[in-house]
Design a protein around this ligand. Structure first.
Ligand code: PLP
Length: 397
C-alpha cells in the first residue's frame, strides 16, 4: 500500500507571514486586559490608550451598562434568528425608531456592524448595469460593497471633486450612478467635501451616500454626523452610521427614506442572512442615543482634548497630516519605522497602534492616535512627553 504524504496546501500563507516578519511588519494582537478605557491595561502594561474609537468613553458608561444588564434580565442573551425570520425583537424596532428620530430621516435599518451596513447596502442597491463614483480613500467596507454589487467602479483621487465631475461627465445621463464618500476618513481624520459632492450629485442625478462611521457621535449637533455638521439634510440619500465607535456598542445603521429601508429589509444580504444583535447590544445603543442627547458636554470635552493633543504633537514637530477630527495621525513614512515608534511608545506606557501598507499607502505609514472625552489632561500631557522623547530617539523629530 502506498502512503501519500499530504503537503500542506496553505504553506504559502506561512511564506507570506515570514516575509512580514522579515520586514518588521508582523503584528501580535495586543490584548486589552481591563475595560476599554482611556487608561487601561494592555499586555500586562498600564497604558494611556490612544488606539480605540471609544470617542466619548461610552464603552463603560453607567447608563449603557445598566440598560444592557436590564435587557439581559428581561430578554435573554441572544436574538436567535436573522431579522427577516424571527430575529426582529421589539428592542430592535425601538432602536431603529430612536435612530431615525435622532437623524431626522424617515427610517433607519440597523445592521450587525458598520462594515455590513456599508457592504450590504451598496451591494444591494446597485447592479452590474450601474456605476459607482468613489473616493480613493473610502473605507474597505465600501470597496467590498462596490465589488459585490458588480457595478463598474470609478475612483476619483482623494477629495478631488473636479476629478469626480470629469468621471461623471463621461457617463450617459440615463446611467444610474452612486456618488460615495466617507464623512470622516479613518486614517487621516479629514472630512469628505460633502457640500461640493452634494452639488455634484444633484447636477448629475446621482444617488448620494455618506459613510459617517467616524462622525457618528463626534460631528454635528449632539453627534448627528457630517450631514448635520455641513447642513446637508435632505441632500444625502443614504447615510451610514456606526454604533461601534463613539456610541460605545456594536452595529451599523442606514438612515434614509422609508422605501430605501424597506428595500434593504428585503434585499440586504447581512440583514437577511446573519443573526441580529443580542438584545443587550440594542439596549446599550438606545442608551447611547440618550447620552448624546442629554450629555453633550462629553462631545465638547472630546473636542477640547483633541485640540490640546493635536497642538502638542504639532508643537513637538510631528507631521500630523490634514486631520480635522479627533483622529490624529503621526505620519513617519516608512512602515518599519512606524512599527518601531508604536513599540517604543508602548514600552513607555502609551498605546498608539502603528499602521502600514496595505491599510495606508506604502510611504504613508503612521502611528494613529485617537483621544477621547475621558482622557485627563495628565494622560494627554504624559502621552505628549513620551511622544517627544521617543520621536527624538528615533530621529522622527
Ligand atoms: C470609515 C469606516 N466605515 C465603516 C467602518 C466599519 O464600522 P464597524 O466597526 O461598525 O464595522 C469603519 C471601522 O473601522 C470605518 O472606519
Amino acid at each position: 500500500m502506498t502512503t501519500i504524504t499530504r503537503r500542506d496546501p496553505l504553506r504559502y500563507l506561512g511564506d507570506e507571514l515570514d516575509t512580514l516578519k522579515t520586514q518588521g511588519l508582523y503584528r501580535h494582537l495586543r490584548i486589552v486586559e481591563d475595560e476599554q478605557r482611556a487608561h487601561t491595561t494592555v499586555d500586562g502594561r498600564s497604558v494611556v490608550n490612544l488606539s480605540s474609537n471609544n470617542y466619548l468613553g461610552l464603552t463603560t458608561h453607567p447608563r449603557l451598562r445598566e440598560r444592557a444588564l436590564e435587557a439581559v434580565q428581561q430578554f435573554g442573551v441572544g436574538s436567535g434568528s436573522v431579522r427577516s425570520i424571527a430575529g426582529t425583537m421589539a428592542i430592535h424596532m425601538e432602536l431603529e425608531r430612536r435612530l431615525a428620530e435622532f437623524k431626522h430621516t424617515e427610517a433607519v435599518v440597523v445592521f450587525q456592524s458598520g462594515f455590513t451596513a456599508n457592504a450590504g447596502t451598496v451591494s444591494s442597491i446597485l447592479t452590474r448595469e450601474d456605476v459607482v463614483i468613489s473616493d480613493s480613500l473610502n473605507h474597505a467596507s465600501i470597496i467590498d460593497g462596490c465589488r459585490l454589487s458588480r457595478a463598474a467602479i470609478k475612483v476619483f483621487p482623494h477629495k478631488d471633486v473636479d476629478a469626480a465631475r470629469i468621471l461623471l461627465q463621461e457617463l450617459p445621463a440615463a446611467q444610474r450612478k452612486l456618488l460615495i464618500t466617507d464623512g470622516v476618513f479613518s486614517m487621516d481624520g479629514d472630512l469628505g467635501p460633502l457640500p461640493a459632492l452634494c452639488d455634484l450629485a444633484e447636477e448629475f442625478g446621482c444617488i448620494m451616500m455618506v459613510d459617517d462611521a467616524h462622525a457618528s457621535g463626534v460631528f454635528g449637533r449632539n453627534g448627528r454626523g457630517t450631514v448635520d455638521h455641513f447642513g446637508m439634510h435632505g441632500r444625502v440619500d443614504v447615510q451610514v452610521g456606526t454604533l461601534s465607535k463613539a456610541m460605545g456598542g456594536l452595529g451599523g445603521y442606514v438612515a434614509g427614506s422609508r422605501d430605501l429601508i424597506d428595500f434593504l429589509y428585503h434585499r440586504a444580504r447581512p440583514f437577511l442572512f446573519s443573526t441580529s444583535h443580542p438584545p443587550a447590544v440594542a439596549a446599550a445603543c438606545i442608551a447611547a442615543i440618550d447620552v448624546l442627547l442629554e450629555e453633550p458636554e462629553l462631545i465638547d470635552r472630546l473636542w477640547e482634548n483633541s485640540r490640546f493633543f493635536k497642538a502638542g504633537l504639532e508643537a513637538h514637530g510631528f507631521d500630523t497630516g490634514i486631520s480635522e477630527s479627533p483622529i490624529t495621525p503621526v505620519i513617519v513614512g516608512d512602515g518599519t519605522l512606524a512599527m518601531q515608534l508604536s513599540d517604543r511608545l508602548f514600552q513607555e506606557g502609551v498605546f498608539a497602534q502603528g499602521i502600514a501598507f496595505p491599510t495606508v499607502a506604502r510611504d504613508k505609514a503612521r502611528v494613529r492616535t485617537i483621544v477621547t472625552a475621558t482622557h485627563t489632561r495628565d494622560d494627554l500631557q504624559f502621552a505628549l512627553d513620551v511622544f517627544k522623547r521617543v520621536g527624538g530617539e528615533l530621529g522622527i523629530i
